[in-house]
Design a binder for this molecule. Structure first.
Ligand code: ADP
Ligand code: MG
Length: 620
């Protein structure tokens, strides 16, 4: 019988191995930057073209390599960083697997130029798909320059798998930011398509964070510091009031390495929660230093997942370090924390709640309402056709009380009805107190008298649904939304946020936003959708960016739905807002003109009917 097993050629083996280490341009960026750091560089330049598809170049002023080392560096499992398995427990460098350069060279065209201090002349090596094309002497600066061209040129499947340039570049930015945060003492620069994105000078950690994420983060940071026998924790957390709005920036570094660690993340959240309710999304930049022997970075090829030997201890230390930082902060009376807090309980001194009163307007005629209150009106509203039918409905039912016409099944309701356990919804006008036909309960629900009982509608969810469908329709159409120009309002964004904003700017334009980039992460907002209150702009942009950052949605339609949902959420009247009668009326009318009147954009229920039978039972 013939034998079938044969060894794969090196080039194929390397390509397979490369798949684990180099998944996308950002992975190559990470490996090359880490090598530059391991080489003791004090200045590292990253040059990118077409989000890394055509070119990734890292130029450093580190140790450089000898001619032999230069050649060796591309061999698989070639590393200068460990010698034997014991060294695995004392790793102080970022690399140690000796796989990165071999992997990059397996899937790209690579040019390496390097010179050691003291050497007269440097070495230049060209490699393409693991094959050395040339090696020669070259005069070059001390340090190393690695040029990676046409990544995945020989792995079409990988190449096709790459996402849009925006997405790929965003990942590169992430890697760049992570690396640069750990090393504020190193100068970094980043150029994309010949434009400078970052020029980071040598500074302290706080300054580095500010340079990377923009000035606005400066006042938001609280220092964290703690040292025990097993662990040193330092860094910054965002002040609690900034934590409320968005998830913010969350970075853990263990021994100089960016890590993902849900368990430790939980420790931080816990610390926040214990002191400030609702602060669910803390910002943090936390650095953990432990004995290298107590941490296992070996478990994942890209080394972002690590194991701590004393996980629980780490959890406890981290939580108390953060709590301590927050505690110090809240004890200090001069800081704005206290005043910010009291905003949440905005009740004047000596206030005594009064029972609600009902004011009757004897002239009020529910069937003579203005066609639409101003706050909700919008020219070119395409969905309102059904609305009139709901109004007719009133008339019909109204008639029924005079005995002329019983309940008439209506198309708008038939949808709701199917979903609401076959309840028959019908308005029974209360002619005696017409103004209270719609009652607002707890500044939160609208109670509507329907034939089968009492319908409770969540005002915020209802309004979100209405706006969601309206915005959705607008995003799907060519017509652009009415805008309201305002005094240009400038916002400053981190590089990543800026990328995201560029990505969604077109959709925002359709919705009535007019946002222009000023450069350097600054954007100017010239106009807003007519419905959006000016004071909501920053929050809205924040939550949009936040959402996109955390779930990288790409499909156009998904993205549109998300923009619509977030926008609706931000514009909608909130729980707690006292509504005028006409406003309630408009909400109810428009809700039942919606395609899905009973489910909020987030999937929760908008309304329920308490049937007469249920009410009766309640009061038995
Ligand atoms: P690892 O970093 O895991 O050792 P790499 O494949 O990334 O493996 O690099 C292989 C070796 O090449 C390194 O151990 C190092 O000796 C050398 N090397 C790579 N990049 C540089 C650089 N920028 N400067 C100096 N030496 C480098
Ligand atoms: Mg390496």
């Amino acid at each position: 019988m013939p034998d079938f097993i044969r060894l794969l050629p090196d080039s194929v083996a390397n390509q397979i191995a490369a798949g684990e280490v180099i998944q996308r341009p950002a992975s190559a960026v990470k490996e090359l930057m880490e090598n530059a750091i391991d080489a003791g560089s004090t200045n590292i330049r990253l040059i990118i073209k077409d989000a890394g598809r055509t070119l990734i170049q890292v130029v450093d002023n580190g140790s450089g390599m000898s001619e032999t080392d230069a050649r060796m560096s591309f061999e698989r499992h070639a590393t200068s960083k460990i010698r034997d398995a014991n060294d695995l427990f004392s790793i102080r460098t970022l690399g140690f697997r000796g796989e990165a350069l071999a992997s990059v060279a397996a899937v790209a065209q690579v040019e390496l130029k390097t010179r050691k201090q003291g050497d007269e002349i440097g070495t230049c090596i060209n490699i393409e798909g693991s094959r050395v094309k040339s090696q020669e002497e070259v005069s070059c600066a001390i340090g190393t320059s690695i040029l990676v061209k046409n990544l995945f040129f020989n792995v079409p499947a990988r190449r096709n798998f790459l996402k849009s340039d925006t997405v790929e570049f965003r990942q590169i930015l992430e890697e760049f930011q992570r690396v640069s945060l750990v090393h504020p003492d190193i100068e970094f620069s980043l150029h994309h398509n010949d434009k400078p994105v970052f020029q980071l000078t040598k500074v302290g950690l706080k300054q580095r964070i500010v340079h990377v994420f923009g000035n606005q983060i400066n006042e938001k940071l609280l220092p964290v510091e703690m040292k025990t026998e097993q662990v040193t924790i330092y860094g910054f957390i965002g002040k609690p009031e900034t934590a409320r709005k968005t998830r913010g920036e969350q970075y853990f570094f263990a021994n100089g390495r960016f890590i993902r660690h849900p368990y430790l993340h939980h420790a931080v959240e816990q610390a926040f929660e214990e002191l400030i309710p609702e602060a669910a999304y803390p910002t943090y930049f936390l650095f953990i230093e432990v004995d290298p022997s107590s941490i296992d970075v070996n478990i994942h090829p890209t080394k972002t997942e690590v194991n701590f030997q004393h996980g629980q201890l780490m959890y406890g230390s981290l939580r108390s370090a953060v709590k301590h930082a927050l505690g110090m902060f809240s004890l200090s009376p001069t800081l704005d924390f206290e005043t910010e807090q009291s905003f949440d309980f905005n009740i004047p001194k000596g206030y005594e709640p009064k029972p609600p009163t009902i004011t009757l307007n004897p002239d009020y005629n529910p069937f003579n309402r203005p066609s639409k209150p101003a706050s909700l009106s919008r020219p070119g509203d395409g969905i309102k056709a059904n609305r009139d039918q709901w109004e007719k409905m009133y008339d019909v039912v109204n008639a029924s009380t005079t005995g002329i016409q019983p309940f008439v099944e209506h198309s708008i309701f038939s949808q709701v009805e199917n979903k609401i356990e076959n309840d028959k919804i019908e308005i029974i006008p209360e002619e005696t107190i017409s103004t209270s036909r719609l009652i607002q309960v707890q500044n939160r629900y609208i109670a509507v008298n329907v034939k089968s009982g009492l319908m409770l509608v969540d005002q915020q969810k209802a309004h979100e649904r209405i706006l969601y469908e309206r915005i959705g329709a607008m995003l799907g159409s060519e017509a652009s939304a009415p805008q309201r120009s305002l005094f240009p309002h400038t916002i400053k964004l981190s590089a990543i946020d800026a990328e995201i904003l560029r990505e969604i700017n077109e959709d925002l334009l359709t919705l009535g936003f007019d946002i222009n980039e000023l450069g350097g992460g600054s954007f100017v907002i010239n106009s807003l959708p007519a419905d959006l209150p000016i004071d909501k702009v920053s929050d809205l942009i924040d939550s949009l960016l936040e959402d996109f950052k955390n779930n990288r949605t790409e499909l156009g339609s998904e993205r549109k739905a998300k923009v619509a949902r977030l926008l609706a959420h931000n514009i909608a009247v909130k729980v707690g807002k006292l509504l005028q009668n006409e406003e309630m009326q408009a909400i109810i009318d428009e809700l039942f003109s919606c395609q899905v009147p009973d489910i909020a954009p987030d999937g929760s229920r908008i309304l329920r009917i308490l049937t007469s039978a249920e009410i009766e039972k309640l009061l038995r």
